[in-house]
Design a protein around this ligand. Structure first.
Ligand SMILES: Nc1ncnc2c1ncn2[C@@H]1O[C@H](COP(=O)(O)OP(=O)(O)OP(=O)(O)O)[C@@H](O)[C@H]1O
Ligand SMILES: [Mg+2]
Length: 375
């Protein structure tokens, strides 16, 4: 775990970071994001002591790093920067193996590890004998990542590692980082300007502005509940649409769907539907467990309408979990050709209802936002 405790940094009289308190858990990928000059790189470089704070403490697993030898400290941290920082006069192999050699690891172990690192970043072994400027930008950046992992460090610091790449390569490398992280669970601190990148890769996002932390939360919570006007402008109202999987059933469901009970006579149900202006009711027991659905047309077809409604009720064709996302919901609605999906918890208790019209309203919101944005 990395902890910043009341950390400030000033150059001459100018405060660059003010009273930063921030905890990054082991195995977590945290993205630092904010406008140019807000102090992202400064914050990152304090972790490997390329910069020391003016005030405050930085603890790694409970130990103040000021007491540690910076060289020793950096050996256990990978560091990837935008211009790769590869040494142009060294081959790819020499670049990757430089720190393991300095650390005097056994030669056969180093060679074996390099093979694995090349596989990990998806590059052929014959690249090992090439020089960095005989590789594309994306390939160089992959070597940068391989080098950062060379000592199998617990912590990896990445300062806009993908920002100089074309959008397709960039997106590929983001995917690869997410895959790698799912397997390796390193503690990664990643700096970017790009909110799409942050949302895609982060476990948590830390939004910085003029040396302050404005919000530190999961991508989902930042998109849904921006802490203030700056954050919501920075995030952008349309942003959620680049990540529709963040819109969940619980966000768009009707929280008080119209219900009835199994022993209710059909006549009463018809009356309720008429008053509420709906053509179906959800049937629940006294603890609100979902039993089924009753539609007006099933009641109309029934010969004796004084009978209890459970005699004609149907089971729900599909139900949704509150955390199911809108993409999955749309598929469910389309493939079952249904207009209502009850939302239930793991014990089948009714929480709400997704209707076709709530889906349509949510989907059309994006077009309204786009039009406003363009106007
Ligand atoms: N050595 C230095 N001396 C004086 N001021 C500095 C020094 N290094 C950085 N700064 C200032 O500190 C502030 C934060 O710089 P930093 O590099 O951390 O920003 P950043 O958020 O990484 O910006 P960018 O997105 O452009 O990389 C800037 O205003 C910068 O000018
Ligand atoms: Mg920077």
């Amino acid at each position: 775990m990395i902890q910043f405790i009341n950390v400030s940094k000033a150059y001459k009289q100018h405060n660059v970071l003010e009273n930063i308190n921030l905890s990054i858990n082991e195995g977590e990928l945290v993205v630092l994001i904010g406008p140019s000059g807000c102090g992202k790189t400064t914050l990152l470089k304090m972790i490997n002591r390329l910069i020391d704070p003016t005030a405050g403490q930085i603890l790694i697993n409970g130990t103040d790093i000021i007491a540690q030898d910076p060289i020793e400290l950096r050996r256990n941290m990978g560091y990837v920067i935008q211009q790769t920082g590869l040494f142009v006069h060294m081959t790819v192999r020499e670049n990757i193996e430089i720190v393991p050699h300095l650390a005097k690891l056994p030669q056969d172990e180093i060679v074996e590890r390099t093979v694995k690192l090349m596989e990990m970043v998806g590059l052929p072994q014959e690249f090992l004998d090439r020089y960095p400027n005989h590789l594309s930008g994306g390939q160089q950046q992959r070597i940068g990542v391989a080098r950062a992992f060379a000592m199998d460090p617990g912590i990896i610091l990445m300062d806009e590692p993908f920002s100089a790449l074309d959008p397709i390569t960039r997106s590929q490398l983001q995917d690869e980082l997410v895959n790698l992280q799912a397997k390796l669970r390193k503690t990664i601190v990643f700096v970017t300007h790009d909110m799409d990148e942050a949302v895609k890769i982060a476990d948590r996002i830390c939004i910085l502005h003029s040396g302050d932390i404005l919000q530190y939360d999961t991508p989902e919570n930042i998109l849904k509940n921006p802490a203030d006007g700056f954050v919501s402008e920075f995030v952008g109202s349309k942003r959620i649409w680049s990540s529709p999987e963040l819109i969940k059933a619980k966000d768009i469901m009707i929280r008080t769907p119209k219900i009835t009970y199994p022993d209710m006579p059909m006549l009463k149900c018809i009356e309720k539907m008429r008053i509420e202006n709906v053509d179906s009711l959800l049937v629940v027991d006294e603890s609100e467990h979902l039993l089924g659905i009753i539609r007006a047309r099933s009641i109309h077809a029934a010969p004796d309408k004084s009978e209890p409604v459970h005699t004609v009720m149907k089971p729900a064709q599909a139900t949704a979990d509150p955390n199911e996302n809108i993409v999955a919901l749309l598929k469910k609605v389309n493939s079952n050709n249904i207009s209502n999906v009850p939302v239930v918890d793991e014990n089948k208790r009714l929480l709400g209802l997704i209707t076709n019209s709530s889906l349509v309203t949510t989907m059309s919101q994006q077009f309204i936002d786009f039009e406003e944005g363009e106007a």
